[in-house]
Design a protein around this ligand. Structure first.
Ligand code: MSP
Length: 563
């Protein structure tokens, strides 16, 4: 029996089509899912759309469409984007589906029956000047004596002299009251703290987890889970005049896809989720509300939540009205999907905020894939063919003396923990052969992938290719080749290059599956794609291969000009 792995993306709002920020979360989940699969896990990967939202209703009204035809159209558009980007999801969920309504009503009833949901009164803030509802983040504090305004922080509490006002009208918003139902979050304070203590890596990266812990330490308030005024959404089973508001509806999508997949099959063996990928804006809901809601409904808790940072474009929030929402399909059609994936996944650590820089994206791709990787592969293929070996390049020639240690870039020595204490002069004395170097590379690659540090896995692979390029340039096999007596040495060098490219390509497959399949073809490695898809990564890594290259490879990574 293979172990399971269940990864989710956030479900996306459908008031617009996905932009580069949405594509970022889907690409992260996609490469993790692919890696887990080739590494032997039975993978479930769910994604799609959050439909029961006021935003979608407003948008449909704005363009004069009925809500359901609008949602059908948008769901299809979203699916097209993910299909175009070849996101390898296994499950698609729309929150308007009957299976989801059924599950959400069941869990709401459970929590209502055990006393975790109760009736209360919800206060809204409304600015008459703006004619709209306001949240705390839309307001500022104002000192009524000096009329000075400043941002609202947790550190200052409102008083008779400090009031919350609308920043445009400098007036206190009106307070409106509505009957609502609340979730008793306060009851779960200790249980949550115990859970965090037992699972110190629940939230990745750690600094986000620290923020969540600090927040839980300050206060946990019960939160509203329904609205009387909303008409579109899932009705509460115990009070049909109310509709669920946001969190029950959105978060439980992750359970619905296990309760009943797209084909109506139960797959609860995948629950709990191994990984939810979300951005920092919704981390509190995933890290605090979600575990408490699950405990209340009697489900196990997810294992990890990976929190991404915030993307801007040209230093500005991504927004339709600013015309800066880069369309991932258009962008990758113009350049390539590999360029998009490489830039997004290798340029910054997960959790970090980042400004999308098109020029930098092109430079990164040209350096790493078009130069570094393509040069090596092309040299490997062309030079091996030139040798016209009858039986291909055999691994036997290289068992003993194939070193590229000398050429390894020691700026990565912190990653190479086993060679941390060595300096360049002692490198020649290391008694490791070729294979132990691969084990070390693969061990570290796996370590980073398992802790969802995609950037480090990619960095490690490209550093290796850099070192290998240096090795080839210094060895000059094309010159040695002219001397008959050096043929054995050339074979060793060529074998080193081919084998390294093979090892690195196996690990890069989850990031660039189409291109790496072509690399395997170029090296004449038969059935590699299907064998990887049949979970054989570990076997392939260990396999001794003969490189029997007979054909020149097509250009796989073309360079792009800067505009
Ligand atoms: N529907 C909710 C999520 C519910 S999950 C149970 C939602 N939708 S969203 O469409 O606004 O955003 C969904 C996700 O898209 C975010 O969680 C985030 O991962 C990604 N991003 C959207 N804009 C982004 C940026 N500007 N930067 C980084 N990620 C972005 O929230």
């Amino acid at each position: 029996m293979r172990d399971k792995f269940f990864v989710t993306t956030p479900i996306y709002y459908t008031n617009g089509i996905p932009h580069i920020g949405h594509a970022y979360s889907s690409l992260i989940a996609d490469s993790i899912a692919r890696y887990q699969k080739i590494n032997g896990k039975k993978v479930k990967f769910s994604t799609w759309v959050d439909e029961n939202s006021q935003k979608a209703l407003d948008k449909a009204n704005e363009i004069g469409m009925e809500i359901m035809p609008y949602l059908d159209m948008m769901a299809k558009e979203h699916k097209n984007v993910w299909d175009w980007l070849k996101i390898n999801y296994t499950d698609f969920i729309r929150t308007t589906e009957a299976r989801h309504h059924k599950l959400v009503r069941e869990v709401l009833q459970k929590s209502f029956d055990n006393g975790d949901i109760y009736e209360g009164e919800y206060e809204w803030m409304y600015c008459v000047g703006c004619e709209s509802f306001k949240k705390d983040e839309d307001l500022v504090y104002m000192n009524i004596t000096t009329k000075e305004t400043f941002p609202i922080t947790d550190k200052i509490k409102p008083s008779s002299n400090i009031i919350k006002v609308c920043p445009d009208h400098l007036k206190e918003p009106q307070t409106l009251k509505e009957k609502n139902y609340f979730f008793r979050l306060s009851k779960y304070e200790q249980a949550l703290k115990d859970f965090y203590k037992k699972n110190p890596e629940f939230i990745v990266p750690q600094d986000r987890f620290n923020e969540v812990l600090a927040f839980v330490d300050r206060w946990l308030e019960d939160f509203s889970i329904s609205r009387e005024t909303n008409k579109f959404g899932i009705k509460l089973p115990f009070d049909e005049s109310q509709v669920t508001y946001v969190w029950y509806d959105a978060l439980f999508n992750y359970v619905t896809v296990c309760d009943q997949n797209d084909l109506g099959k139960q797959e609860m063996e995948f629950w709990p989720a191994d990984l939810h990928v979300v951005w920092k804006d919704i981390i509190r809901f995933h890290a605090i509300y979600w575990p408490a809601m699950l405990m209340s409904a009697g489900y196990e808790l997810p294992k990890n939540v990976l929190t991404t940072g915030y993307f801007t474009v040209d230093g500005q929030k991504i927004s339709k009205s600013l015309w800066n929402a880069i369309d991932p399909v258009e962008f990758s059609a113009k350049y390539s999907k590999d360029l998009l994936s490489l830039y997004l996944l290798s340029s910054f650590n997960i959790g970090q905020d980042w400004d999308f820089d098109q020029k930098q994206a092109i430079l990164t791709y040209n350096a790493k894939l078009a130069n570094n990787f393509w040069n090596l592969l092309n040299r490997a293929v062309v030079l091996t063919m030139k040798m016209e070996l009858e039986n291909g390049l055999d691994s036997k020639v290289s068992e003993e003396n194939l070193w590229i240690f000398k050429w390894l870039d020691f700026s990565v020595s912190s990653i190479w923990y086993k060679i941390d204490n060595l300096n360049n002069s002692s490198i020649d004395k290391i008694d490791w052969n070729f294979n132990s170097l691969f084990s070390l590379y693969n061990e570290n690659f796996d370590k980073h992938m398992s802790s969802y540090n995609l950037k480090l896995s990619l960095d490690l692979s490209f550093k290796f290719l850099d070192s290998l390029n240096l090795y080839v340039t210094q060895k000059e096999p094309w010159t040695l080749m002219k001397d008959e007596s050096k043929l054995e040495e050339v074979k060793e060098i060529m074998y080193t290059i081919c084998e390294w490219v093979r090892q690195v390509s196996l690990n890069l497959y989850p990031f660039f599956p189409e291109k790496m399949s072509e690399v395997f073809n170029a090296l004449n490695l038969k059935d590699y794609k299907s064998r990887l898809e049949a979970w054989e990564l570990k076997i392939l890594r260990e396999e001794k291969v003969v490189f029997d290259i007979k054909e020149k490879a097509p250009i796989l990574f073309e360079k792009f000009e800067l505009e």
